[in-house]
Design a protein around this ligand. Structure first.
Ligand code: SF4
Length: 635
């Protein structure tokens, strides 16, 4: 297993990747792709980086500098950066809330139609927590879905009802005192958009407060609750070890690559793919079977639940910035996209390789793709269309004689999969006490949640993430991950049991005795909410609030507006949050002071921007040491 970043990278027309086999493959292909375009886009706009360019009105764009400290309207750098930042957080929140709303609609449709739910235990547990009791499962699911939808659609001035039932109890007191309890999630977004339009709100503090409210609504609904609904609809994750990377793609199968975040849209499709009639159709087409190839977070989610989909899911091939390479293997027959992390860069590759694209949701409609609108009521028709398109495309590929997977040696033979708040607790014997004891004894110094996206700017593709994680586990810090970070970490071998050899003596010993890797795979970015649930359980067992825990959140390669909403949630929860790239607010002293200093007195959270890997590892370890001291533990 070679996870090192080799010096002497020769191809200067491409950024490097932590995944050396991927890099080698992308260097060898003639097609244009994001790893090449990153080099072409290397020079960045300083005003954009600092967040001090405003183009809200026709007097602009105004760019703020020492010589020109105000825009034509009088807005200064703090107002402009805060407006830009809040707009981004609102857009990111909108993305998560869209996914949440679609999952709730799916559950409502299943309840009304009396469809069988895969996770009935998950339904009962959640309804117990929320105080929803009904005579039968369908009625229970209906009440639950309606309660979620009502909350999302409440007015801004009316706090959502489920927030307090789902959040860690000590946090809700903090949020209430600081005026952070959010109103209806959709109206919070609407309000943020209005607030940030031309010549409306100019108060950076007010806009940052709204960022925290959006962080809480995003986190509790789009990161915590959405997994619980998906567990009901799609079945609960189970622990396992699975192969990962492009090696999972069998060129003799009909391969449907999925991208996005809306796992519940595939419930009918996977059921239909298991049907004997479909197997016969695949057989007649000369294929070994019909399979879903995981890519981006929907692939991570399938991977987490892979025990429920063993017959139709071949495995997770890669993260967002591996998706072009997955197509370039020439073994994909159809792309089905339903949400983001579906790069525009896949479109010309699909066109060149004659791979049809279907989009199930117009919010992610791709150029050149067929829009096949998904509504829960039409799910069977949508599935029939997807399968028909995949088989027809396979027949064309087969006739063209493309039967090799050039990346059959990519990735790893095993990565841990299906880690959740429940499976982790189960593996520890039904309680988090053993983990707390290991932390207290110092075998594990603390926990770093290294989460979020992959980008190409923070040292290269997955480079910051992989190298930072290696340095953290070497310091006996347990790493948990959710999002495209997982795709990079598992393809580079850090989620396999062999990686115990890279950990410090304490963590290595723990990994070997428990048979686990030092980096735990919680799956998609949505599962950041599952990590929050683990933190809540640890804090509850210790009788402290979340900021007291020796836990740090890091998004070393954050990419999207959604990641900024995630970050706002982490700060609202009271965690120290490390970012490997500065957010676009660095031109505002007021915002920096609030995020990096004042926030600690409001929620306990603190932003740490550190763009160098060694220094980031040092700072994260220092925070963990500090938190350990606070709990009376040895460093
Ligand atoms: Fe310039 Fe103000 Fe218009 Fe923004 S709103 S473009 S700062 S004049």
């Amino acid at each position: 297993m070679d996870t090192s970043i080799k010096e002497g990278h020769m191809d200067k027309t491409m950024c490097i990747s932590a995944d050396k086999r991927l890099q080698e493959f992308l260097e060898s292909v003639p097609e244009d792709h994001s790893h090449r375009r990153m080099v072409q886009q290397e020079v960045k706009c300083g005003f954009g980086l600092d967040g001090v360019c405003c183009r809200l009105c026709s007097n602009g764009p105004c760019r703020i500098s020492k010589a020109r400290p105000k825009g034509v309207c009088g807005a200064d750098r703090d107002t402009i950066a805060a407006r830009n930042f809040l707009r981004s957080v609102a857009a990111g929140s909108g993305c998560y809330i869209h996914v949440m709303e679609q999952a709730a609609k799916e559950l409502k449709s299943a309840a009304l139609a009396g469809r069988k739910l895969k996770g009935v235990d998950a339904l009962h547990r959640l309804c117990d927590e929320l105080g929803i009791g009904e005579a039968d499962d369908s009625q229970m699911a209906l009440r639950l879905s309606e309660a979620v939808l009502e909350d999302l659609r409440r007015p801004y001035e009316e706090p959502m009802h489920l927030t307090e039932k789902l959040a860690y109890a000590k946090r809700t007191g903090v949020w209430k005192n600081a005026g952070l309890l959010p109103g209806g999630a959709k109206d919070e977004i609407f309000n943020a958009i209005v607030k940030t339009s031309t010549n409306l709100n100019s108060d950076p503090m007010d806009m940052l407060t709204q960022c925290l409210r959006l962080g809480i609504s995003t986190g509790i609904y789009g990161l915590v609750l959405v997994n619980r609904l998906n567990d009901i609809l799609m079945g609960e994750p189970e622990l396992g070890f699975d192969p990962v990377g492009m090696r999972v793609i069998d060129p003799e199968c009909i391969n449907i690559m999925v991208t996005g975040h809306q796992h519940s849209m595939f419930g009918s499709l996977t059921g239909m793919m298991e049907h004997p009639e479909i197997k016969e159709m695949a057989d007649r087409a000369g294929a070994r079977g019909i399979r879903i190839v995981g890519c981006t977070c929907v692939g991570q989610d399938f991977q987490a639940r892979s025990r429920c989909y063993e017959k139709v899911f071949c495995g997770h091939a890669g993260n967002n910035y591996s998706s072009e390479a997955v197509l370039l293997t020439g073994c994909i027959d159809l792309v089905v996209s339903e949400f983001n992390c579906s790069l525009p860069g896949i479109e010309p590759i699909c066109e060149e390789l004659s791979i049809p694209m279907l989009c199930l949701d117009d919010v992610a409609k791709k150029k050149g793709a067929r829009h096949l609108p998904y509504h829960p009521e039409d799910r069977e028709d949508v599935s029939v269309n997807v399968i028909a398109a995949a088989i027809a495309s396979y027949v064309r590929r087969s006739r063209a004689g493309k039967r090799q997977n050039p990346m059959q040696d990519h990735g790893c033979n095993e990565a841990v999969t299906g880690v959740t708040e429940r499976t982790l607790k189960g593996a520890l014997g039904g309680s988090f006490a053993p983990l707390i004891d290991l932390i207290a004894a110092g075998s594990i110094k603390g926990v770093a949640a290294v989460v979020g996206c992959s980008n190409l700017r923070a040292k290269g593709h997955d480079v910051f993430t992989v190298e930072l994680v290696k340095k953290l586990i070497a310091r006996d810090i347990l790493v948990v991950s959710a999002g495209c970070t997982c795709g990079g970490l598992e393809n580079c071998g850090l989620m396999s049991r062999d990686a115990a050899g890279l950990a410090g003596p304490g963590l290595s010993q723990v990994c070997r005795s428990l048979g686990i890797p030092p980096v735990l795979n919680f799956g998609p970015c949505l599962a950041i909410g599952r990590i929050e649930a683990v933190a809540g359980e640890l804090a509850g067992a210790l009788g402290v609030d979340l900021p007291k825990l020796p836990v740090v959140v890091s998004a070393p390669q954050w990419l999207e507006e959604q990641a900024l909403a995630d970050g706002a949630f982490a700060l609202a929860l009271g965690f120290h949050l490390h970012l490997g790239l500065a957010p676009f607010v660095m031109g505002s002293p007021v915002i920096l002071d609030v995020l990096c200093n004042q926030m600690e007195g409001i929620t306990g959270g603190k932003l740490m921007v550190e763009t160098e890997i060694d220094a980031a590892a040092e700072k994260i370890a220092a925070v963990i040491s500090d938190k350990r001291r606070g709990l009376g533990l040895n460093e």
